[in-house]
Write a protein that binds this ligand. Structure first.
Ligand code: FAD
Length: 530
């Protein structure tokens, strides 16, 4: 297996259960011992740290004034689940029913719900939608902050229904988010799944081991070439090769191995094993605009970050009691609305962050030097489709990544509607007294043209990229509904890249669900062929 990320750790742990199959898990990054990974509020420290992060960048985006968008991705045990914002969000029942309608039999809401529950250890207990006793702790916010309470109250005043569980398949409304924080530490898939499995004699984990090519003989995957600490190696697979490199690296590895758009591979001198135009195509992501506000009172996380004294107190609180603001990711609450009543599910998400910040690129993100908070507006179903394409036959050269955000009038209209929703919520009596000033888009931005300009200058990806090894049954699909690569035996892709369309919310929980379901399919198929 290649890649010990959100999906890879789950698959490795499930396949090695029972002791029957030998599993080799290759991870390009190193171990996750750094304390910033595990402290929930530590993630700004790993957001742009090359020790744990691939730190990709997109091609210049024509719809965003030619800006390149920073793309952090975990390069460490746990992958991106070791550096993400820890929001637990499954998406909408209609997302999965749509996957089914597009030919992915078994992936409808009722087909995936058991795997969400199997993964889960829900703090609020089991019910029809939630499970307990699974590896992944799903918890309520470890701290409540006044700014999130006021935001939620204001959203309800603005007309959103109160919502106490965003993970029951329906999402319209406002409320607090749950997170993958486990006893006030980050719950990555390395901590939740891999660590408990590490002692098994049939599981070998190699870190600093980057897969460079899948070996394919007579249409069958037989192993992997990889480089470990500068030394080229080969691992032979008696069973399957399972690729879990994530939305950017899985299509890269397939293309490097001769599975991809024939013309592109030939230009780069990569022998074409199977011409697969769908590999790397159909990159999708959520588009994101952060509305930022200066706060009238010192009730935000900026106030902790900007005061040496409060930083020390917060550090002591966390180290001694695992309590206080550092026990939280700061992404506390949010909501979902439909920009058009005719839609079958929300197309806008709001995430209330108890901080405001400057930067969001390879240089990192930093809190403003004053009290502030932000509301991210997320367009959940943009029409934009991009791609991931190798630029060279050299596996160390990052692939070209393009999103094509804001190339259609509809995509622009929807995100503008989202920003106007945030302004409406900000005017409500519960929140207005907390706001000293709108920092972004800012009071000078009023007309449609001004708002469009501001969005094109500041909008970014939500870092929820999916779709580059899309599951389906049509000729452009890369994997079938059992996640087997079309036309190549004994090769699967199991990670966020297989999603046929991006879900209505953050993508970590859906990726873990895919890995749970994928692992079960792999075991079923192995039993059948035994
Ligand atoms: C900054 C940030 C914040 C986010 N916040 C949230 C959030 O709050 N909630 C949420 O639900 N989602 C969030 N997401 C998205 C979510 O974390 C991802 O969708 C999910 O982790 C993807 O999982 P994956 O298994 O597909 O890929 P990854 O978790 O990225 O795993 C891929 C793994 O494969 C390894 N790898 C890659 N290539 C090779 C190779 N050739 N050889 C060996 N190993 C290789 C990588 O190093 C990595 O460990 C966030 C993403 C980012 C970047």
């Amino acid at each position: 297996m290649t890649g010990a990320g959100s999906a890879g750790c789950v698959v490795a742990a499930r396949l090695s259960e029972g002791g029957r199959y030998r599993v080799l898990l290759l991870e390009a990054g190193g171990n996750d011992s750094n304390p910033w990974i595990h402290m929930p509020m530590g993630y700004p420290k790993v957001y742009a740290n090359p020790r744990f992060n691939w730190m990709y960048e997109s091609e210049p985006e024509p719809g965003l004034m030619g800006r390149r968008l920073y793309q952090p991705r975990g390069r460490v045990l746990g992958g991106t689940s070791a550096i993400n914002g820890m929001v637990y969000m499954r998406g909408n029942a209609a997302d999965y029913d749509e996957w089914r309608q597009r030919g992915c039999v078994g992936w409808e809401w009722n087909g995936v719900l058991p795997y969400f529950k199997k993964a889960e250890d829900q703090e609020n207990g089991a019910n029809a939608f939630h499970g307990i006793g699974g590896p992944l702790r799903v918890s309520n916010q470890p701290i409540r902050m006044e700014i999130a309470e006021q935001w939620t109250a204001a959203a309800i005043q603005a007309g959103l229904p109160a919502k106490d569980d965003f993970n029951d398949g329906q999402q319209d409304g406002a409320g607090h988010f749950q997170s993958t924080i486990d006893r006030r530490r980050r719950g990555s898939t390395a901590t939740a799944y891999l660590n408990p499995a590490r002692g098994r004699p049939n599981l070998t984990v190699e870190t600093h081991a980057q897969a460079t090519r899948i070996l394919i003989e007579d249409g069958r995957a037989t192993g992997v070439e990889y480089v470990r600490q500068g030394v080229p190696r080969i691992a032979r697979a008696r069973g399957e090769v399972i690729v879990c490199g994530g939305t950017f690296n899985s299509p890269q590895l397939l293309q490097l191995s001769g599975l991809g758009p024939g013309d592109l591979l030939r230009t780069l001198g990569i022998p074409v094993i199977r011409d697969m135009p769908g590999v790397g195509a159909e990159l999708q992501d959520h588009f994101n605009v952060r509305c930022q506000f200066r706060c009238t009172r010192p009730i935000t996380l900026n106030d902790v970050a900007n005061s040496p004294w409060r930083r020390v107190v917060a550090g002591v609180q966390y180290v001694v009691f695992r309590a206080g603001p550092l026990a939280s990711s700061g992404i506390l609450a949010g909501g979902y609305v439909r920009s058009d009543g005719k839609l079958d599910r929300p197309d806008l998400q709001f995430s209330c962050c108890a901080f405001s910040y400057a930067g969001r690129d390879r240089g990192g993100a930093y809190p403003h030097p004053f009290s502030g908070f932000s509301i991210s507006v997320v367009h959940l179903h943009p029409a934009a489709r991009g791609h991931v394409r190798v630029r060279s036959a050299d596996p160390t050269v990052p692939p070209a990544i393009a999103f094509n955000f804001l190339r259609t009038a509809d995509d622009l209209r929807t995100i503008m509607a989202g920003v106007r929703w945030v302004r409406k919520i900000a005017r409500q009596p519960a929140l207005a007294p907390c706001i000293a000033e709108e920092i972004f888009p800012g009071p000078a931005v009023n007309t449609d043209a001004e708002l469009e300009d501001a969005i094109r200058h500041d909008g970014v990806s939500s870092q929820h990229a999916v779709g580059t090894c899309r599951m389906g049954t049509d000729e452009r699909a890369v994997v079938d509904p059992r996640l087997r690569v079309h036309g190549i035996r004994h090769l699967r892709v199991v990670d966020a890249s297989v999603m046929p369309s991006v879900t209505t919310g953050n993508t970590n929980a859906p990726t873990i669900m895919i890995a749970e379901k994928g692992a079960e399919m792999i075991l079923e198929d192995a039993r059948e062929t035994a």
